[in-house]
Every structure is written in structure tokens, then in C-alpha cells.
Design a protein around this ligand. Structure first.
Ligand SMILES: C[S@@+](CC[C@H](N)C(=O)[O-])C[C@H]1O[C@@H](n2cnc3c(N)ncnc32)[C@H](O)[C@@H]1O
Length: 244
């Protein structure tokens, strides 16, 4: 399996050097939700167009996007952008994060859950039984939030990281072939790549921030241990892994 992570702006054709982004079997991603982190409507339109162009026919696209104080409809408006790009909006999964943190937002009651949108291009087979019976669109996946007073920089260096179990569940549902590639244009600290590794699938991701990209490299490297060959180029880490 191959796992490529590139420090670059999402969607750049030059991201993976002369090869560019390949055709993908699955996309799992969580873009920035706040303007301070890089959110723009143009970026969302670019995401929709890029995902439509790079996803193989009859494939799934999972998009995690959290609501924000004062703009709680933003996730749903982002989902409509994806529909405008051609995607079918199959379902809205409610991810219950397993902790309740008091919010200081004036309008929100809490932030215990956030949506994950399931879109499809064409008519993919979705292996519902893979997530257990009865399967459901409410996912309890514990989010390891740092307790007040603990050192956030050590315990959860990337603020908006999702748990490995989240992209892993998406991989189970999408049931991509063993040669399949999962893409994450907002790769953050490498969670989608780690899930792909655990499920014996290849991955490709981009991440704009040097610190996040570096943390991603360290996490991926640690999970793969010595079952890999590493090849680096400027801003690019290429891991080749071997099955047991
Ligand atoms: C919500 S976080 C994703 C976290 C990731 N799922 C993980 O588990 O680590 C969004 C990421 O998008 C990155 N980002 C923001 N704008 C970007 C852009 N234009 N191109 C690529 N990455 C970008 C941010 O640096 C951030 O790491």
C-alpha cells in the first residue's frame, strides 16, 4: 500500500508532482469550518468540483463539518454546495463525540455532536452491515478531548483532529477494492492515512500547515513501525507499507 502526504494547498494539480491527484475510490475529509482557519465559500466550491472530478463513478464522499456559534446552518449550506457540484446527498450522520464541554457561544446549547455528510457520485454499494446491526446514522465515537488544565499541545496537538475510528468506519461502509485509494485534501495530522493503513488501503492527502503536516508524519510513522519504506521529497512523505 502507498500513503502519500504532501504539504500543499488542497486540490493543487502539482501537489503530487508530475502525477497529480489520481482517481480516488473514496474521499473522507473535514475542511476548515471557521474563517480564522481558512474557511471560504470559494474553498468549498473548489472542494466540490475537485471531489466530483477526482472520485471514480459509483463512489462515496464523507464530509465532516461542524456547526459554529451564530452560523449553525453553515454545515448544511456547505452540503448544498456539494449537491450543486453533482453529488447526491444520501444521509447526514450525527457524530456523538462522547463529551460535553460547556460552550461560551451565545447561541449554542452545546457541542456534543457534529454532522458527517454522506454523498455519492453515481450509485455506490454501501456495506451497511459493516458498522454493526442495527446500523445507524448516529455514531458514538469517543473524541479524546483534553481535560481543562492539561497540556493541550502534548495531548492533542491538532485542534480539529477526528478520531481514527471515524474514517475507519467510512472505509468499512465504502468497501473499496484492496487496490483502492482514499483521499483527504485537508489531511491535518494524518488521521485518514492512519485509518487507511489499518484497513490495508492506500491513501493520499494534502495539508497546508507545516506543523500539522509534521505531526501527521510522526503519527503515521509511529503507527506503521518498521513495516514500511519511507521516501521523502520536498514537502512530501511517501510511505510504502507491507502486509503481514
Ligand atoms: C478540520 S482540520 C482536519 C483534521 C484532520 N481530519 C485530522 O484528523 O487531523 C482542517 C485542516 O485543513 C487544513 N487546511 C486549511 N486550509 C487548507 C487548504 N487551503 N489546503 C489544505 N489544507 C488546508 C488546516 O490546516 C487543518 O489542518
Amino acid at each position: 500500500m502507498l500513503h502519500w502526504t504532501m504539504r500543499s494547498t488542497a486540490f493543487e494539480h502539482s501537489a503530487f508532482q508530475d502525477t497529480g491527484w489520481p482517481e480516488l475510490d473514496l474521499i473522507v475529509t473535514a475542511p476548515p469550518c471557521r474563517e480564522d482557519d481558512g474557511f471560504t465559500w470559494e474553498l468549498m466550491e473548489d472542494l466540490g468540483c475537485w471531489a466530483w472530478d477526482h472520485l471514480k463513478p459509483d463512489s462515496c464522499f464523507f464530509l465532516n463539518f461542524s456547526g459554529l456559534d451564530g452560523v449553525s446552518n453553515r454545515p448544511y449550506k456547505v452540503a448544498e454546495v456539494m449537491e450543486d457540484c453533482g453529488f447526491t446527498w444520501n444521509d447526514t450522520i450525527t457524530w456523538v463525540k462522547g463529551f460535553q464541554r460547556p460552550t461560551d457561544g451565545a447561541n449554542l446549547l452545546g457541542d456534543i455532536s457534529e454532522p458527517i455528510f454522506l454523498f455519492s457520485k453515481g450509485k455506490p454499494f454501501i456495506r451497511k452491515n459493516s458498522i454493526g446491526i442495527p446500523y445507524s446514522n448516529v455514531w458514538d465515537i469517543k473524541y479524546n478531548n483534553v481535560s481543562p488544565g492539561r497540556d493541550q499541545s502534548k495531548e492533542r496537538p491538532h485542534n480539529d483532529r477526528f478520531p481514527i475510528a471515524l474514517p475507519q468506519r467510512c472505509l468499512w461502509l465504502a468497501d473499496i477494492p484492496s487496490t483502492g485509494i482514499v483521499g483527504d485534501p485537508f489531511g491535518g495530522s494524518g488521521t485518514t492515512a492512519i485509518a487507511a493503513y489499518k484497513e490495508n488501503r492506500s491513501s493520499m492527502s494534502t495539508e497546508i500547515d507545516q506543523l500539522n503536516h509534521g505531526v501527521g508524519y510522526e503519527r503515521i510513522d509511529a503507527v506503521m513501525g518498521d513495516k514500511k519504506e519511507l521516501d521523502t521529497a520536498e514537502n512530501l512523505f511517501r510511505f510504502k507499507t507491507f502486509e503481514d
